[in-house]
Design a protein around this ligand. Sequence first.
Ligand code: NAD
Ligand code: UDP
Ligand code: UDP
Length: 328
Amino acid sequence: MGGVRRRVLVTGGAGFLGSHLCDRLIARGDDVLCVDNFYTGTKDNLAALLAVPTFELMRHDVTFPLYVEVDEIYNLACPASPIHYQYDPVQTTKTSVHGAINMLGLAKRLKAKILQASTSEVYGDPSVHPQPEEYWGNVNPIGPRACYDEGKRCAETLFFDYHRQHRLRIKVLRIFNTYGPRMHPNDGRVVSNFIVAALRGEPITIYGDGRQTRSFCHVDDMVEAMIRMMDTGDDVTGPINVGNPMRTPVAELAELVIELTGSRSSLAFQPLPEDDPMQRCPDITKARRILDWAPTVGLRRGLEATIAYFEGVLSGASSAGGPPLRPA
Ligand code: NAD
Ligand code: UDP
Ligand code: UDP
């Protein structure tokens, strides 16, 4: 870049993942424009950046066109937790699909690189384990999760068609369950739900028998993967899976959270929600080879930092999150 500061757009930058990404981009010297409609994100997540001259925050809904000048676009705008994305499912699909069209149109005009925060949900309730990128998935197109899953699948289609048709430089990452400081305390996701319940001494609610597995990746590892993906050569389009390949049954996560919080919470069992996948685990062979990336933050260490964050939030003290666990 010859000393010229890189101008980077992060859509959904006030959210959980987006705010950590903004932190990292600012720390490495980029000029960051964060665009967010604050549907699930908050300015609190960006508190440390608001006074930084190289950081700019714009309230904007990506379903509407956006005319700005940037070199790189990280497209993260989209509610990610089932409670939030099912609250207004039509808006969820619009955000994924119209948002992708607008950001791809922007990237096309600017000849900018564009990264899509896709998801393991494109695999639906998978019948192949672990999931490699070649697997086409098993998605119910009319179920309650479809607004998110199909929206994200259509966004991937758009990315690859803009790449083939308009030679756009695209980067598609399929992100698996990620956790860490700044998760929304009420977003219904398993890590935040369990920690908040444990800290309040309320029952920890396990859906189903708790034998369903997820793979939990710490946000610092995820942000590193996103930046490495953006920095790959133009021949790398993805999709590339990123997540932690270690499988954790939901009941085991509950026990670990109870241990680490020293909580006396009991376990309460409730029925499994419709279309809730029984297993999800990334095959990260490609991420290892192409991005030279693998998770470094173990679940225990990552949970300890996340618990410390939620202790601050629940006591009304801080919502900033601690120092990075993965060195830059
Ligand atoms: P989040 O809800 O914390 O962040 C999403 C952000 O997008 C919020 O700040 C929200 O206000 C904003 N947003 C929503 N609709 C918008 C719109 N129409 N216009 C502008 N901004 C809008 O969720 P997150 O966990 O940080 O997820 C970020 C991205 O990563 C999402 O695209 C999500 O699908 C993807 N992802 C996350 C996970 C995970 O485990 N966290 C897993 C897979 C994929
Ligand atoms: N767009 C945008 N910013 C830009 C350029 C385009 O938001 O700088 C939006 C615009 O709404 C457009 C969409 O991106 O409809 C797709 O752009 P594209 O050029 O692919 O198609 P168009 O609809 O303009 O033919
Ligand atoms: N889950 C649970 N209790 C909760 C929240 C979630 O048992 O309080 C389960 C949920 O049914 C799913 C798993 O934990 O099997 C992960 O749920 P989450 O919503 O975090 O992510 P996703 O289902 O999208 O992977």
